[in-house]
Design a protein around this ligand. Structure first.
Ligand code: PEP
Ligand code: MG
Length: 952
């Protein structure tokens, strides 16, 4: 049977072309100068208007289809409607530019010429097209695709007659109505329905005719015809409208739906999660259909040029014989591994291997491809950089340096800093897992170990997770609607679907543990149960899944740290010998080589300090001394100090605290082995230390031997409406200088003891919440006097520095004044954010989500620095601080110090270090190195640009 002879020619001519011609740098604006705005970019038969560099205009998919065409790969012809049209569409009440229709007609004519077919032909071979979205960054499964467009009651007959394959022709038509009905006409699941309405119709039909759930590929032409009829009835019933017959109406409707899908709920959720700005818009790609569903000699597949789950250099993916691409990713039929293609279609497999090589060599990165084989001919439908787990990203980057495909700086950039924490994620405790009962196995789709209570519906999973439960989302298969549930879950388990199913792709990208295609999991959505190996589990019961091996266990299993944690923190030799550990160590070595900023840690105990140093921290950027008062009985002495009514009584209570502080500092100095320690003096409002319930107050009264009324009175006295703006920070030390004195003494006595023990201490005393130079002066005076006293008492010299936090706007604005006294600044961006934005860091959760939703703030400002506001104050403080003390040491110790975007901002702002919690040290190191590499590359590029200009 011949589906389309010209299509074969396309494949042939295309594969002959090998070298890519340098792309003619066509931009929308240069084309505009010639004949008005260019909205449509065509490709096909070895030529393309666009190229791979034009992702902002053509979207990732369109740009890469053009690029693949240019490098001679067999790509069916098509055209891209640019992202500018999407912007126009939303700016002009969902209408199109006047010249678009004519340009699209020219695009269709180009396809017709290359394919030798005609759009809407009622005799001969009709041109059918696929309509796909394509944003600048790929958003897998988040937007909509329509295949087989151009079919109607007349063209389907032409297709049937030309191909002499009625089953195929009606299968295409049935699929088209289903997709178009769903995406464009909105025939979708209603409240309370667990299945798509079209699927419900198919299911009922199969049971009516065959009394079982046969595979779609077993449906006959007559079955498909009947389904077409029932589908059209369904469309009429649900929308009140007749299914559109005119191919051009269909095409316009489809393009509108793709643009419309840019603003659908799941696309918005996805963009928010990955910080993709809504103003980018999506392109629409219209491409000539080639068919994987013409029979046993055809098929469709998706593959990665390397394994995206663990990074192994193996061809990884799957295909289905006699199927269209959607079947593979939808997870409805479980596909075969791509290497099995070698047995069924050896020629196409060999060709595909060649394409794999060409793509990696050309794009210098792992590619995620879609292909179709139409009667033995291979066609490429898509390539993009493959999404990958952190483990895979690490292995790809190390391997590609060895293969000389990329340099080490690129390797550093290839590891997303915000994914690095995945590598530190826990695995199952080996001893526990041996005892656990394996109840099913599926495909290992997202590595790691997860244990949690199961939920069969995304919404219920979200609700449970919000209550603090660890949740596993268990579904027959997942669809993009489940995204919120997937985000909330620790792991995802599906009964159907392959390694590139939606569940798997999204889980890997989010670093979620995922097992899919576990066929033994029988889910009953109505009863809210899953029966696995004869055991029935209800919602709320525990399961555990291992996404590295694909195993499903009954019950809860303890998790254990990853090899990297075990190797670094426990010195585990076996863990250190693993490839993962060694690759991580190599990456960190490169980071070290590239970085300008150093990374310190926020640590309050010797153990935290030890961990952070193992992660590569080179000092402490913040010790919150108040955290040291919460342990054991110390809180009692602290309370005694607060309740003291005279200076003497307060001093007596402080004397009890002194030895605790001293020994804590000594422990920390010993762990630091000479690295600096920024020690922040008492900061929080005192009421935080006092008991608030009557019982607790009576208990304390008994312990201290005072009247409970006294305690109640003091609690009342210390009560503040807005304690974060109240009696805290240096204000405490100014009102009660003896507190500052005790803390300084503890630090210095510990330094002396450390010296005796052969360890050099390097304390940097930090005064919090300074807004006036005088505040700092008064505190510094006490610190210096105490240092002098301790030095003379102990006859020991030690060095130290005194500086301040910049965490209120007045401090930033008068930094030149403050820097006359402060030897260093550390930006306390937690407080600086709340005082700059006038938003409470504790209570803003109630309105921040709608703020991010409305894009008033791009990201949570307490997680990522608000660069335009808070960032500007930091820049002012840096410039002013340097104006009076050019060598002032600058750092940051707010939570932002472990956030990759904020770390990059700090690099640009010129800070010497960032400080973050111990487990985020690797992330900060990577982000700091990336910032340095990006800066160096930018500088090199701008140096090269004028040089080029001169030659001309
Ligand atoms: C800050 O305000 O950024 C800071 C580090 O101090 P804390 O979080 O303890 O107020
Ligand atoms: Mg603070």
């Amino acid at each position: 049977m011949a589906v389309n002879t010209k299509a074969k020619k396309v494949a042939k001519t295309a594969t002959k072309k090998v070298a890519a011609k340098p792309a003619a740098k066509k931009t929308a604006s240069s084309a505009r100068a010639a004949k008005g705005p260019k909205y449509v970019y065509t490709w096909g038969a070895g030529k393309a208007d666009g190229d791979g560099t034009m992702k902002p205009l053509l979207g990732g998919k369109g740009a890469n289809l053009a690029e693949m065409t240019r490098i001679g790969l067999p790509v069916p012809p098509g055209f891209t409607v640019t992202t500018e049209v999407c912007t126009y569409y939303y700016a002009n009440k969902r209408t199109y530019p006047a010249t678009l229709q004519a340009q699209m007609e020219a695009g269709v004519a180009n396809m017709e010429k290359i394919m030798g077919t005609k759009f809407g032909a009622t005799s001969g071979m009709p041109l059918l097209v696929a309509v796909r979205s394509g944003a600048r960054d790929s958003m897998p499964g988040m937007m909509d695709t329509i295949l087989n467009l151009g079919l109607n009651d007349q063209t389907v007959v032409a297709l049937e007659n030309t191909t002499n394959n009625p089953r195929f022709a009606w299968d295409c038509y049935r699929r088209f109505i289903q997709m178009y009905g769903d995406v464009v006409l909105g025939v979708q699941k209603r409240e309370g329905e667990d299945h798509e309405p079209f699927e419900t119709v198919i299911h009922a039909f199969k049971h009516e005719r065959y009394h079982e759930d046969i595979e779609d590929s077993k449906l006959t032409a007559d079955d498909q015809k009947e389904l077409v009829k029932r589908f059209k009835d369904l469309v009429k019933e649900r929308t009140g409208k007749v299914f559109p017959n005119d191919p051009w109406d269909q095409l316009r409707g489809a393009a509108g739906a793709v643009f419309g899908s840019w603003m659908n709920d799941r696309a918005i959720v996805y963009r928010r999660k990955y910080n993709i700005p809504s103003e980018w818009g999506t392109a629409v790609n219209v491409q000539a259909m080639v068919f994987g569903n013409t029979g046993e000699n055809s098929g469709s597949g998706v593959a990665f040029t390397r394994n995206p789950a663990n990074g192994t250099n193996e061809f990884y993916g799957e295909f289905l014989v006699n199927a269209q691409g959607e079947d593979v990713v939808a997870g409805v039929r479980t596909p075969e591994p791509v290497i099995k293609l070698k047995d069924v279609m050896p020629k196409s497999y060999a060709e595909l291997l060649q394409v794999r090589k060409t793509l990696e060599k050309h794009f210098k990165d792992v590619q995620d491809i879609e292909f179709t084989i139409q009667e033995g001919k291979l066609f490429m439908l898509q390539t993009r950089n493959g999404k990958r787990t952190a483990a895979a990203a690490l292995k790809f980057s190390i391997d590609m340096v060895k293969e000389k495909l990329i340099d080490w700086q690129t390797a550093v950039l290839r590891n997303p800093a915000d994914q690095l924490e995945q590598l530190l994620a826990p695995i199952f405790d080996l001893a526990e897992v041996k005892k656990a009962k394996v109840i099913a196995t599926g495909l290992p789709a997202g590595p790691g170990a997860a244990t949690g209570r199961i939920y069969f519906n995304a919404d219920r999973a979200v609700v449970a997770a919000e209550k603090g439960e660890k949740v596993l989302l268990v579904r027959v298969e997942t669809s993009p609607e489940d995204l919120r549930g997937m985000i909330a879950a620790e792991g995802i388990l599906t009964a159907r679907g392959g390694v590139s199913s939606h569940a798997a792709l999204v889980a890997r990208q989010m670093g979620k543990v995922c097992v899919c295609g576990a066929a033994a999991v029988a889910i009953d959505y109505d009863k809210k149960t899953a029966t696995i190996a004869g055991q029935t589990f209800g919602e709320g019961d525990y399961l555990s899944i291992d996404g590295t091996s694909g195993t499903v266990y009954a019950g809860q299993i303890k998790t254990a740290p990853s090899e990297i944690i075990a190797g670094l923190l426990d010195g585990d030799k076996a863990a250190q010998a693993t490839e993962k550990f060694k690759s991580y160590a190599q990456l960190m070595k490169w980071c070290q080589q590239a970085t300008r900023m150093s990374v310190r840690t926020n640590a309050d105990t010797p153990e935290q300090t030890r961990n952070a140093i193992a992660f590569g921290a080179v000092g402490i950027g913040l010790t919150r001394t108040e955290h040291m008062f919460f342990e054991g009985d110390r809180i009692d002495a602290m309370r005694e100090m607060i309740l003291a009514e005279t200076v003497e009584a307060r001093k007596a209570a402080l004397a009890k605290l002194l030895p605790f502080q001293r020994s804590d500092f000594l422990g920390i100095f010993k762990e630091l082995k000479g690295y600096p320690a920024t020690i922040r003096f008492l900061d929080p409002p005192l009421h935080e230390f006092l008991p608030h319930t009557k019982e607790q107050q009576m208990d304390l009264a008994r312990k201290l031997g005072i009247a409970v009324e006294k305690i109640m009175a003091r609690v009342h006295e210390l009560h503040e409406f807005n304690p974060m703006l109240g009696f805290r920070g240096c204000r405490l030390g100014i009102r009660y200088p003896e507190i500052t004195e005790m803390q300084a003494r503890a630090v210095f006595e510990a330094a002396v003891e450390a010296k005796k023990a052969g360890v050099k201490a390097n304390p940097e005393i930090m005064i919090p919440l300074v807004g006036f130079k005088k505040e700092l002066d008064l505190q510094v005076e006490i610190v210096h006097a105490t240092a002098k006293a301790v030095q003379s008492e102990t006859k020991t010299k030690f060095s130290y520095a005194v500086g301040t936090m910049i965490e209120v706007p007045r401090g930033a604005l008068t930094a030149d004044e403050i820097a006359k006294t402060a030897e260093f600044f550390s930006f306390g961006t937690n407080d600086l954010t709340q005082t700059t934005l006038g938003m409470s860091r504790d209570d803003s959760g109630s309105f921040l989500p709608p703020y991010t939703e409305a894009e008033i703030v791009k990201k949570n400002p307490f997680a990522t620095i608000d660069q335009t506001g808070v960032g500007q104050l930091m820049e002012i403080a840096i410039a002013k601080g340097r104006s009076t003390r050019p060598d002032i040491k600058l750092g940051i110790c707010g939570e932002h110090g472990g956030d990759p975007d904020s770390v990059k901002f700090c690099h640009k702002a010129g800070l010497a270090y960032v400080s973050c919690s111990p487990y985020r040290v690797p992330v900060a190191r990577l982000a700091a190195a990336q910032a340095a590499i990006e800066e160096a590359r930018k500088a090199a590029a701008s140096k090269a640009a004028p040089a080029k200009g001169k030659k001309k």
